[in-house]
Design a protein around this ligand. Sequence first.
Ligand SMILES: [Zn+2]
Length: 379
Amino acid sequence: MLLSLFASRISRRLSFVCSIAVVSTATADTGGLPNFPEDPQTHHWEKVGEGVYAFISPPGITPLVTGNSLVVIGDDGLLVVDSGQFPSLARAEIAEIKKLSPLPVRYVVNTHWHPDHWVGNGEFRKAWPGVAIVSTRNTLALAQAGAGEVTPAYAAAMLASLDKAIAQGGKRRDGTPRPAQEIAYLDMAQAQLRKYHAELETVKLAFPDVVFTNELDLYLGKRLVQVRFLGRANTGGDAIVYVPDAKVLAAGDMLTGPFPYGGGSFYGEWPATLRKLAAFDAIAIMPGHGEVQHDKAYLMRVIQLLDRVNARVAASIAAGESLEQAQQKITLADEVVEFCGGLAFQDWCERSFRGSFIAPAVTRSYREQKEGPLTSEKD
Ligand SMILES: [Zn+2]
């Protein structure tokens, strides 16, 4: 995911490292601030089918986050979808997988290139040296290209920026007062980054070594697992995983809760790709972040949201408005309430929804409708 809770240089840089957390939100003194989101290094398991387990992380609205993971147990081995951002958490998952089955993990599928979905790969390879790591070619290329941002030096540079911002106390660099919640966010980011930095000192990165174009069928003994590229969506190379005999889907970040992540995404294709996802016969859909969905209602809401963004941008362009005008006018105020209303961490959700979805979504949809399909996630 890409996170820009506060439109600052720091948070944009944070977005590329996505994931870790240290603040104990259950006991944190929020000092009258809205409820803090849950520590991303906690998790819970959900059995989503016979021999299929979802390893669920908290909603990804903290400064650093980690993606969900799916474990599929076959007759002669296991397949795992995504390995998360934190090696320590991957080790915890591996220990629990070993309690579920004595069989080896034969495949790890990386759904896309964002580090919160693959930095744990090295731990799986350490535990099972024969494991094959599977992804689209786009995921392999961008994970390799972004590896410089998964280093102690990069985390240290971000920490230095954060330390500087925090040292300025209650004022931003331009002298304007920094709201209390923004200060709390920076403190949380600092704590999370310190821990992540320490983890990166020992991390051994492992990249995909099996790439596919559109379809790959993997057999865990008799059990079939289908890996598919359905079209561009959240990234240029999102893979989804389907377990037909259990009717379970792992969607990666083309579907996330409590709202979609919009940075670097492809708005001309994303809704159509999600409609292909909706065509699968599924009784459980594990999103890249957020809780498992047991029907398609949330998926359909996300499709409608993306359609609405594209339609409003189209109307804005038809009215002759500039990108800046479109960015100002398309606030999606009702949708902010629809997706975040009633959540324990509603205020954090709303800020994150605006920064991580609405801002990049309007910008990239506008550019695609004006310039034609974008080719890079980084624009
Ligand atoms: Zn993610």
